[in-house]
Design a protein around this ligand. Structure first.
Ligand code: AP5
Ligand code: MG
Length: 212
């Protein structure tokens, strides 16, 4: 079973993918996380991707495809694709890849959110290096620099989570990712979910659709 999570930067894809993974045991494949791991490891691919990601632009399709192909191996019960596909070409690449393995896309969930809320969420997002928890400073009173979930002290902000890069990412999303939505929006397995609600409410809708 393959579930695609679409949505603008900051829409809540990573947050929801983590919950889906815990509930259904699917593998969470975030191309953004895979690219950030390459950057952290200092690989050739990571070195090429680093500046592109910091600017808010998209990394070339072929570079991401290689990472995706490896990640899709051994997906077991299923996979949640978070942040892929992001261009018309990636949509075709994914369809070819999936038809070759006999898998199928069971759900395409598009999390919708207003632009103002998107930028606010992005600039206030933090993540814990120890447990991976994604959280938002807007919801934490007297933040002490520690992860609210595990207490880990290594909390970081992504280098592309500033206002300039966030606005660029939004522009890129509208220009390059709109055709992805077009490709799926008339399919019976496509669903739009209002992301401007508490995490649990958004998750409830997503679960209903996955289990339909
Ligand atoms: P990627 O890592 O995919 O980033 P993105 O698409 O910009 O999405 P984000 O991770 O910023 O947001 P999200 O939707 O996961 O939201 P989150 O759950 O964290 O990509 C980064 C870069 O990598 C790209 O710019 C590109 O360069 C490259 N890249 C990646 N994939 C690529 C591809 N396929 N092709 C080419 N290049 C690629 O939530 C955001 C914040 O909001 C958090 O603080 C969270 O706590 C909070 N929040 C979440 N849900 C709620 C809620 N319901 N209510 C209130 N707050 C909430
Ligand atoms: Mg994410």
């Amino acid at each position: 079973m393959i579930v695609l999570l679409l949505g603008a930067p900051g829409a809540g894809k990573g947050t929801q993918a983590d919950l889906i993974k815990k509930k259904y045991g699917f593998k969470h494949i975030s191309t953004g996380d895979l690219l950030r791991a390459e950057v952290a490891a200092g690989t050739e691919l990571g070195k090429r991707a680093d500046a592109i990601m910091k600017s808010g632009a998209l990394v070339p399709d072929e570079m991401v495809l290689e990472l995706l192909q490896n990640a899709l191996k051994n997906s077991g019960k299923g996979a949640i694709l978070d942040g892929y596909p992001r261009t018309a070409a990636q949509t075709e690449m994914l369809k070819n890849l999936i038809s070759a393995t006999g898998e199928k896309i069971s759900a395409v969930i598009n999390i919708k959110l207003s632009e103002k809320e998107i930028v606010d969420r992005i600039v206030m997002r933090r993540q814990c290096k120890k447990c991976g928890n994604i959280f938002n400073l807007r919801f934490i009173k007297n933040f002490d620099g520690k992860c609210p979930k595990c207490g880990g002290a290594d909390v970081y902000q992504r280098p592309d989570d500033n206002e300039t890069a966030a606005k660029k990412r939004l522009e890129v999303y509208h220009a390059q990712t709109a055709p992805v939505v077009e490709a799926f929006k008339n399919e019976p397995f496509y669903k739009e979910v209002d992301g401007n609600r508490p995490v649990e409410k958004v998750f409830e809708d997503i679960c209903k659709f996955i289990e339909r």
